[in-house]
Design a protein around this ligand. Structure first.
Ligand SMILES: Nc1ncnc2c1ncn2[C@@H]1O[C@H](COP(=O)(O)OP(=O)(O)OP(=O)(O)O)[C@@H](O)[C@H]1O
Length: 247
């Protein structure tokens, strides 16, 4: 028997039902010291297709972390306050923050626009404030994952173990991390970073799922829209229950 496709689908019998997803801006957010840069460093190494845009910052360089291998220069461009001001005034930053007196940090806008154009995914290592700024600027692209430490005690030990902050600065960093906890409910996901490999696997699964959201597949959406038969009734009233009786 020959199967005859309905008219609305006949011309699309060989159209492939695969879509190319639009960009995801995948933000690892949360307290400093939970492992965000360590995770991103591993992810970038394992997956060359994913991108990372360096932030500009006026803070001092941290010495490379011998435990994680994280090198500040891989994540930041270090600029003077005068240069930072120029970037703000000429509207070259997608977002910026002033987390501590005299210290500014932000993200250049143009590489983000390029990524959207090329449909590339980007990873970000952010505080919740930066994440919320970016979400406001790019609501369709941004997915926010709050990366939590196994406990606050572990966070304290990881921060101390990294040796990038000491004394009052370490205390300040920890206290800022405690404040970051109040932003958890503004994220899409919460992932606890016990074991690095397991956490990375969870993050990659989240990104894979986000790529399948119909909202990120514009050509497929347009295709399904074009083959929709608008005369079809998908719902009905049945106050007398006769349709059920007819089954
Ligand atoms: N799952 C883990 N198990 C054990 N140690 C970890 C784990 N994840 C990260 N660390 C260690 O914790 C320390 C802090 O990690 P990292 O610098 O990546 O944090 P961060 O969240 O990027 O901090 P910041 O936001 O201040 O840059 C590092 O020394 C790293 O080696």
């Amino acid at each position: 028997m020959t199967v005859v496709p309905p008219a609305n689908i006949a011309e699309h019998m060989t159209t492939e039902l695969d879509g190319r997803s639009s960009s995801v801006f995948f933000v690892l957010s949360g307290p400093g010291g939970t492992g965000k840069s360590t995770l991103i460093r591993r992810w970038l190494k394992a997956d060359p297709d994913i991108g990372y845009v360096k932030n500009v910052t006026t803070r001092n360089r941290r010495p490379p972390d011998p435990t994680s291998g994280v090198n500040d220069d891989d994540f930041f461009d270090f600029v003077s306050r005068a240069r930072f001001r120029e970037l703000v005034e000429t509207d070259q930053l997608a977002q910026w923050v002033n987390p501590q007196k005299g210290y500014y940090s932000g993200t250049p806008r143009q590489p983000l626009l390029d990524a959207i154009e090329q449909r590339r995914d980007l990873l970000f290592d952010y505080t919740p404030q930066l994440y919320l700024n970016l979400q406001r600027a790019f609501p369709e692209q941004v997915v926010g994952v709050f990366v939590a430490p196994p406990s606050m005690e572990v966070l304290r030990d990881r921060l101390a173990g990294r040796s990038s902050e000491h004394g009052d600065k370490l205390q300040l960093k920890f206290n800022m991390g405690v404040q970051d906890l109040s932003y958890v409910d503004m994220h899409h996901y919460h992932v606890t970073n016990h074991d690095l490999e397991e956490t990375l696997e969870t993050l990659r699964s989240i990104l894979r799922a986000e790529k399948q959201r119909l909202g990120r597949l514009p050509e497929l959406r347009a295709l399904y829209e074009s083959v929709k038969d608008r005369r079809q009734m998908l719902f009905y009233y049945d106050p007398a229950g006769s349709r059920i009786a007819d089954i």
